[in-house]
Design a protein around this ligand. Structure first.
Ligand code: NAI
Length: 719
């Protein structure tokens, strides 16, 4: 796991071997301890180089080991032994040096990096901190402000930035190991005292207290309840104010708290869930590893409104040629300008040339004849989409994949209007499509595995968290959102205010509560959908019967606001008021509060005190309950799929792992008990009726989340 060789006569070369990223497993750590000792005790060896095989230095700790009791030599004394060595040890960094990998390199006396290498301490993203001395050595090496930035964000830096910050001593475009060996020879015999980072204080920093106060305030704001970034600041503070040994003790204490917190478990679950969704499977038995994607070189987007523009940018940024089609001339001109602007800004941020020539604009659908894949993003109108799909089927070369970005229409119905339904899938992007991470790839019963594989691969190329889901109203994300929003409306009827509901949800960790979110995305969107469903009844009917529609409790509050022209931020009024249309700062609106009072009086509703706990239980458990229905229906293959959708597309706080993980943490029996409680109080609300899967899981002893899949399969086979 760590190979030893002597090179250039007097350099001990240690190569970490643990594919794919040379993670620091117990065997690798043992290998390092053994080989370092061997090099140090060999009188012919004057200096040592540590590198990793296959062009990767080291990806860090072996996360799989977090779940079990650690065995093998611990990391801290191992790194300490390297730092205290009396022969120079040089880290040859190719590929990446992340987490424990960078901590190992910081224990070395010198660091040489390849120009394409990336370095970082991303522990915070797993709910942890760099606890093998990283939080103590990095500030000593590069100063407190830069170390705080890297450790609290977990961001990776390029070799060039690492050189500028002083993390590495040299950057090479050539063979890194050869450069490190040459360097090691040149420093043999030199005093190592100045190179032992732990023995130095942090560089002087004026007004340290003010700096930490400012950073802590910022971190608290952006952390939305996550504790790891705060612990990271505390650890760096220890580095800046305490001697090394005491700083290490503080690092250990903070790590112990984080390690046992539910948040670290949730964040590590997210890490694995994001990988698990790539291994998709369909109810037909088709799977990711047996379905070959088709190559996509050229794609088309039809309809260049809000979504089509973002999708065009996302496609062009992957290097594809894109034909962008829009029928309205004015829209086409505006879209061209907007897309070019987005491409230019995106390219500037990434330091590359904008892919402006990659997009060809046209008003004529005939222009898409030779593309491999089309994404349709015209108005949400089934007749229009059907027409577009029929045109595409006639125009496109055989085998072209036809994808729709519909948010609510039936993908199967669209597929059935084409001669080749197996070529049709949904690619449901989220606004703005070039920014938002989530992509739901929606398959129908007739979608071919190859079509799903192609859309999933394209999503991955675009850097999306792509999740394959079955076809149903709202797919996974929006279907679960519906009961969540409805509960929020019911809570207003019963006495809550938008401020109270939003505050409870924002304290839970959502970036925006349901009402601020609704103001941002526009109240008219849901109004149109409810109108289409025949739920909206204009007028002033009062009493309970006016709030029962299609046999279930219905709140017309959103409709009444829309009738007043209150569509949210775009009209300057919604659940809140704004300084002017388009403004973003939500302010308390006295009109809304007297409107709510009058509404309750008209309907004979008596406002009662509602606390945060009830808001969370009613909104979140209703959403989770729908998640169980989705699993039971086979629309999502597993809880990880739902959780990735919610974390990457709906603002569910990552440190809470996603709704299904959260239910598992809270305890399935408790979720069931609270749903039953609320269902008894509100029998006319079907979404509070516990799903039969939830009941069956509780009856079978509430298996842990990673066993739900087996339980669902077993329960289904018993039906
Ligand atoms: P939009 O109204 O901004 O844009 C639609 C565009 O399609 C317009 O520019 C229109 O001129 C063009 N168009 C209409 N018929 C056409 C045709 N035959 N050929 C070419 N272009 C045509 O609509 P938006 O918001 O971009 O939505 C598009 C689709 O994406 C809808 O199905 C919507 O449900 C879905 N969607 C929307 C999301 C959003 O947040 N806006 C999120 C996810 C999906």
């Amino acid at each position: 796991m760590a190979e030893y060789n002597r090179v250039s006569e007097c350099v001990g070369l240690i190569t970490l071997r643990n594919p794919p990223v040379n993670a620091l497993s117990a065997a690798v750590r043992q290998g390092i301890v053994d080989t370092v000792q061997r090099a140090l005790s060999d009188p012919n060896v004057k200096s040592v180089v540590i590198c990793g095989q296959n062009g990767i230095f080291c990806g860090g700790a072996d996360i799989k080991e977090f779940r079990s009791n650690m065995t093998g030599p611990p990391l801290i004394p191992m790194i300490h032994a390297i730092e205290s060595a009396n022969k120079p040890v040089v880290a040859a960094i190719e590929g990446s040096a992340l987490g424990g990998g960078l901590e190992l390199a910081l224990g070395c006396h010198y660091r040489i990096a390849h120009s394409k290498a990336r370095l970082g301490l991303p522990e915070v993203s797993l709910g942890l901190l760099p606890a093998a001395g990283g939080s103590q050595r990095l500030p000593r090496l590069i100063g407190v402000p830069a170390a705080l930035n890297l450790i609290t964000t977990g961001r990776h830096v390029t070799a060039a930035e690492a050189l500028q910050l002083g993390i590495v001593d040299q950057v090479t475009d050539h063979n890194t190991v050869a450069a490190a060996v040459k360097f090691a020879l040149s420093v043999a015999g030199r005093s190592l005292d100045p190179r032992r980072i732990s023995t130095h204080p942090c560089p002087q920093q004026p007004d340290l207290d003010a700096l930490f106060e400012e950073v802590m305030q910022k971190v608290r704001q952006s952390a939305r309840g996550a504790i790891a970034p705060i612990a990271c600041v505390q650890a760096v503070r220890a580095a800046a104010t305490l001697p090394y040994a005491q700083g290490m003790e503080r690092e250990r204490e903070l790590m112990a708290t984080l390690f046992t917190s539910g948040q670290a478990r949730a964040l590590q679950y997210c890490f694995f869930a994001e990988r698990a969704v790539g291994r998709w499977r369909m109810p037909s038995g088709a799977r990711w590893d047996t379905s070959k994607p088709r190559p996509v070189h050229k794609a088309a987007v039809i309809g260049l409104g809000t979504m089509g523009r973002g999708i065009t940018v996302a496609l062009a940024q992957t290097g594809l040629s894109v034909i962008a089609v829009e029928t309205q001339e004015k829209q086409l001109m505006e879209a061209k300008q907007a897309i070019s602007g987005m491409l230019e800004r995106g390219a500037k941020g990434r330091g590359v040339a904008p892919a402006l020539d990659g997009v060809i604009y046209s008003q004529n659908i005939q222009a898409v004849a030779d593309v491999d894949l089309v994404i349709e993003a015209v108005f949400e109108d089934i007749a229009l989409k059907t027409k577009v799909f029929q045109q595409l089927s006639a125009v496109c070369k055989p085998g072209t994949l036809l994808c729709t970005n519909t948010s609510a229409l039936d993908v199967d119905q669209l597929a059935s209007e084409t001669p080749n339904p197996e070529l049709v899938v949904g690619m449901h992007f989220f606004a703005p499509a070039h920014v938002m991470k989530l992509l739901e790839v929606v398959y129908g019963p007739r979608s071919s595995p190859q079509a799903v594989a192609t859309a999933m691969q394209l999503g991955k190329k675009m850097g999306k968290a792509s999740v394959a889901v079955g076809n149903c109203r709202g797919f996974v994300g929006n279907r679960m959102l519906k009961p969540y929003i409805e509960e929020a409306f019911f809570l207003l009827e019963e006495g809550a205010t938008p401020e109270l509901v939003d505050q409870a949800l924002e304290e839970f960790g959502f970036p925006m509560g349901v009402f601020r979110m609704s103001d941002l995305s526009g109240l008219d969107v849901g109004w149109r959908v409810r109108k289409g469903d025949g739920l909206v009844e204009p007028g002033t009917a009062s009493g309970r019967s006016a709030r029962i529609r299609q046999g279930r409790r219905y709140s017309p509050l959103g409709d009444l606001l829309c009738e007043e022209g209150r569509f949210g931020q775009k009209t300057g009024r919604g659940w809140y008021q704004y300084d002017k249309p388009g403004s973003r700062v939500a302010r308390f609106d006295p009109w809304l509060h007297s409107f709510l009072g009058a509404y309750r009086a008209q309907h004979g509703l008596v406002a009662r005190r509602i606390d945060h706990q009830e808001v969370l239980e009613r909104c979140l458990y209703a959403l989770i309950n729908e998640g169980f229905h989705i699993l039971d229906d086979g629309i999502a293959a597993g809880p990880e799929d739902i959780d990735v959708i919610y974390v990457s597309g709906y603002g569910w706080p990552r440190h809470r792992g996603g709704p299904m993980f959260y239910a598992n943490m809270v305890g399935l029996a408790k979720v069931l008990e609270r749903l039953e409680h609320y269902q008894q109080l509100h029998p006319e609300v079907p979404h509070l009726q516990p799903s039969s899967l939830l009941r069956r899981l509780v009856a079978s002893g509430s298996p842990p989340i990673h066993k739900w899949g087996e339980a669902i399969k077993k329960l289904h086979s018993q039906l």
